[in-house]
Design a protein around this ligand. Structure first.
Ligand code: KIV
Length: 302
């Protein structure tokens, strides 16, 4: 496809100073909407373990679940480059397993690249996956799969030693062949220094404005959860409010018996006269028009 975003498009964006817009997506409907809204990159993040599955971390997410969600998102996306997250324990055990699992996200999930968390210690893994012609996006700073090691979801790189390590890790990942890097939960000065040190694009989340692009979890930017408001999230909508209002209006009409009205109901053909079976409710149903067709959505009539 002519205007499909690729890893080469993203590299060019950095060169010309065009910011990269990345957002998570977990299903085909959201992927379609976000793609049409102009996303350059859709990330099928293992954050789905928290926002879709309701866990309190990303650790329970499995390879099979990632493949399932990646396939749904790639079916919904047209222009955006789709990245699939390698979940916890799918790449840490051995390089061989890492390559095989990255391959599954591409061949079964249809993604254009994969993302994995970790620094120089995964340089060999990045090299091996890249050698298998699968582009790799790195992920440094606050890496949610290391929640127990970090002692919680804590901003990383605040002191000089940590900051130096993150910069070294970034350079090691670029050397190993990573095509881009997510920087999560790091001070903006560090993100700026990393961004200026690399030729590959950085994509920030809680990392300040100087990264080459930004990523947010779609449910966060859309305001789906009023109880989750970390400092780095800006809500661009209040879908929690809109959904609550819409669903509440539907429930009220169902309870009042005003939904469905005639406009949302079907009528029998003109020549049919139907009589209810039960003697108590025996009554003639009014004659009706024909010509209503079954539509494609869920096999539902339209
Ligand atoms: O899993 C995810 O959604 C992520 C982003 C927050 C970068 O890794």
């Amino acid at each position: 496809m002519k205007d499909k975003v690729t890893i080469h498009t993203l590299k060019r964006f950095k060169q010309i100073g065009q910011k990269i817009c990345m957002v998570t997506a977990y299903d085909a409907t959201f992927a379609h909407i976000l793609d049409q809204a102009g996303a350059d990159v859709l990330l099928v993040g293992d954050s789905l373990g928290m926002v879709v599955q309701g866990h309190d971390s990303t650790l329970p997410v499995t390879m099979d679940q990632m493949v399932y969600h990646c396939a749904a998102v790639t079916r919904g996306a047209r222009r955006a480059h789709v990245v699939g997250d390698l979940p916890f324990m799918s790449y840490q055990v051995s390089t061989q397993e890492a390559v095989r699992n990255a391959g599954r996200l591409v061949s079964e999930g249809g993604v254009g690249s994969i993302k994995l968390e970790g620094g120089a210690e995964f340089a060999e893994t990045v090299r091996a996956i890249t050698r298998a012609s699968i582009p790799v996006m790195g992920h440094l700073g606050l890496t949610p799969q290391s929640v127990h090691k970090m002692g919680g979801y804590v901003v990383q790189g605040r002191d000089e030693e940590q900051a130096r390590r993150i910069l070294d890790d970034a350079l090691a990942l670029e050397q190993a062949g990573a095509y881009a890097l997510v920087l999560e939960g790091v001070p903006m000065d560090l993100a700026r220094a990393v961004t200026q040190s690399l030729t590959i694009p950085t994509i920030g989340i809680g990392a300040g404005v100087d990264c080459d692009g930004q990523v947010l979890v779609c449910y966060d930017l859309l305001g789906m959860n009023p109880d989750f408001k970390p400092k780095f999230v800006k809500r661009y909508a209040n879908l929690h409010g809109s959904i609550t209002e819409a669903a509440g209006a539907y429930f009220a009409e169902v309870r009042q018996g005003t939904f469905p009205d005639e406009d949302h109901s079907f009528k029998a053909n003109k020549n049919i006269r139907l009589v209810a079976n039960s003697p108590a409710s025996r009554a003639e149903v009014p004659a009706a028009t024909d010509g209503e067709k079954m539509g494609p959505i869920y096999g539902a009539p339209v």
